[in-house]
Design a protein around this ligand. Sequence first.
Ligand code: NAD
Ligand code: IPM
Ligand code: MN
Length: 355
Amino acid sequence: MLAGDGIGPEIMTEARKVLEVVNASQNLGLELDEALVGGAAIDAFGTALPDDTFAKCADAEAILLGAVGGPKWDTLPPADRPEKAGLLEIRKRLDLFGNLRPAILYPQLAGASSLKPELVAGLDILIVRELTGGIYFGQPRGIRELENGEREGYNTYVYNESQIRRIAKVAFELAQKRGGRLCSVDKANVLEVTMLWREVVQDMAKDYPDVELSHMYVDNAAMQLVRAPKQFDVVVTGNMFGDILSDAAAMLTGSIGMLPSASLDVNGRGMYEPCHGSAPDIAGQGIANPLATILSVAMMLRYSCAEPQAAQLIEDAVSRVLDQGLRTADIYSEGCRKVSTSEMGDAVVAALTQG
Ligand code: NAD
Ligand code: IPM
Ligand code: MN
């Protein structure tokens, strides 16, 4: 368990409460351990990913992460910051290339969505984001000085065929298990890297005759997500487009505080984290929504611990708490009861223990 920075420790405390209850009641036998990452690790050890922290991650069956980063560390050199030296480093070193970001609307939250209830009723989208390649990791990158004395920043957007194939395989297989529709999002009208992306994904479609494949440019996909989001079943896309589209999709479900994620390697070992960040604007106030992290625990039990029943118990408990009208500020609407981060965690625990 890597709590990280900002609201990270607050939401992680609640996730841990929930995990401990399920661990005991379902006899999961999980051993929990904690370590520092991100800004908290920089402050304590001078590095965002201490060797000891990485060793624990590499040893673990699964990793649960809160969030990293914040204004305090934003002035560090780019390569030393919590986001790159902590989070991206774990993703890369453990080869966690397959990022699943399910945007599901709990019916109780239809009123909290930024879209009209009829546009989001029954929403269940899965964004499959490539997580260890693309422009986030492409070389060369940097900021250089030009002959005329001005500086130039540059990054490289690159994907090779095997990187595209392995993420597309994850997406095709998940589409087979879900609604049978896969939309690959690219910018193949401009960028060669995504022309190759489209070609490779298209070529793989023949191996999945039961999946209906479509392609969409990312600008249109952003528009379609807020126009008619229910047209999507599974969306597969590269690292940066997936980052952006998943935050947009989050809002359809009421709040970014509701969106969990799984980041998996080829063997299904994974890191689990909410899609949101460390929310420095609300950190320390006890008002952050812990449900994205609690739902990430459920994903962890399902994908890395082979405990789908325990996962379901948590998801059902979250649903019951929403039925009771309990809401953190980000998902609050009139007639509901506003609760703090810890009250929300306690309510999920209560719903779990009351069955
Ligand atoms: P953010 O997701 O932290 O916050 C965006 C907005 O959403 C803020 O107004 C915040 O208060 C709100 N929000 C986020 N999570 C919430 C929750 N659980 N409950 C209620 N409201 C919530 O994004 P940002 O402000 O762009 O980034 C802040 C810091 O977090 C930056 O340092 C960024 O690099 C980092 N970050 C980390 C991760 C991660 O660790 N996985 C992800 C995104 C951003
Ligand atoms: C996310 C975050 C990270 C990303 C940042 C903090 C590096 O925004 O997990 O969505 O861009 O992948
Ligand atoms: Mn993001």
